[in-house]
Design a binder for this molecule. Structure first.
Ligand code: ZN
Length: 99
């Protein structure tokens, strides 16, 4: 059944993810780690510190507990950042010598 687990893993909504999610919330004592302006302090969701679109993984070190308002703020900020990156013609700073 290993292959089946792998396929579940790829969908992103799995028993494995639910387990990691619960473990992350437990690790952080169900306390939001962002503490934004509208923070409720109580974490009910789990965020990828480095988004999966940016190469982040489901490793415990890349997961943090967040409350819903903070998560929504974060998600919209990431979306704005993504749009800005795509529409910005100027290349980001690079090491001079690597280009
Ligand atoms: Zn919060």
């Amino acid at each position: 059944m290993t292959w089946n687990n792998n396929r579940e893993w790829a969908t992103g909504s799995t028993r494995t993810w639910r387990t990691k999610r619960a473990a992350t919330l437990h690790r952080d004592n169900y306390t939001c780690t962002i503490r934004g302006r509208t923070c409720t302090d109580t974490a009910t969701e789990v965020d990828h510190i480095l988004g999966k679109a940016e190469g982040g993984t489901d490793a415990a070190s890349n997961l943090r507990s967040v409350c819903k308002p903070c998560h929504q703020t974060l998600t919209s900020q990431q979306a704005q950042r993504g749009r800005a990156t795509r529409s910005n013609k100027r290349a980001p700073m690079r090491h001079p010598g690597l280009g």
